[in-house]
Design a binder for this molecule. Structure first.
Ligand code: URA
Ligand code: URA
Length: 245
């Protein structure tokens, strides 16, 4: 750690808490393990679980909405894009940063790439967007959709880690190199990271191509389908009886 700000302290203590819990044998925070298959439980049942994930996420989202740590992003954004989906999700999808449409709507993955992600979920996995949680490394749109600067990712990291500490998923799917490199603190190319599981604080991580990359390079869909099947097998999700996207 090169900087000791209140934020890095907070992050460190959150991560420490997660590690302590894992050492104590708690492997699935917020869940009564083992978990049923993702689609076996209705959202109403999930929503009735006696905990405060939803409330905690809303409080954090309000903090994010007024964040001005990255001056350029805070002045150029229409709004922050916090994340959407199931506060108790077993599986999170992590992207890079909001684009123009996400910045307009305040929701992640609602543009063209988002449509493909929805197809992967619904047609490929047989689950819905509201079963999983979807969010990004950066909560603000970088002007012109440039890549996040390292200091921007660092500024935003506490929000990501706090989201993960609240949701406590068992699985994360990183969409694209920026998400994978930031989460796992590596520079290994996405083509080498994909196809296998990685670990982040006890959460099992699969990295695959970004849906925007798949739109430009449809031949890579085959690899992403393999990565999704890896996830489905580990999660015990049965393959739907419909054609893959
Ligand atoms: N691309 C991303 O990485 N995230 C979004 O939310 C939309 C597009
Ligand atoms: N490069 C990226 O940044 N993302 C991909 O998904 C593939 C190549």
């Amino acid at each position: 750690m090169n900087r000791q700000t209140p934020e890095t302290n907070l992050r460190q203590s959150l991560l420490q808490k997660l590690e302590d819990l894992q050492r104590a044998g708690v492997t699935h925070l917020g869940h009564a393990s083992p978990q049923p298959p993702i689609a076996a439980e209705s959202n109403a049942e999930r929503g009735s679980q006696p905990n405060n994930h939803d409330r905690d996420l809303k409080i954090l989202a309000q903090e994010v909405a007024t964040c001005d740590r990255c001056q350029e992003l805070a002045t150029s954004r229409n709004q922050t894009v916090f994340g959407v989906g199931n506060p108790h999700a077993r599986l999170c999808f992590l992207g890079e940063a909001p684009g123009a449409e996400e910045d307009r709507q305040g929701k992640p993955f609602v543009g063209r790439a988002g449509k493909l992600l929805t197809d992967i979920l619904e047609k490929g996995m047989g689950i819905s967007r509201s079963d999983v949680y979807i969010f990004n490394i950066l909560k603000c749109r970088p002007p012109g959709n440039r890549n996040p600067h390292p200091e921007e990712s660092e500024n935003c990291r506490t929000f990501l880690d706090r989201q993960l500490a609240i949701i406590a998923p068992e699985f994360i799917c990183c969409l694209g190199a920026v998400a994978a490199h930031n989460l796992l603190n590596t520079t290994t190319p996405i083509g080498k990271l994909r196809g296998t599981f990685h670990d982040y604080l006890g959460i099992r991580v699969v990295c695959t191509y970004h849906p925007a990359y798949l739109l430009r390079n449809p031949s890579a869909k085959k690899s992403t389908w393999e990565d999704i099947q890896l996830l489905m097998d580990a999660m015990n999700i049965e393959k739907p009886n419909i054609k893959k996207p």
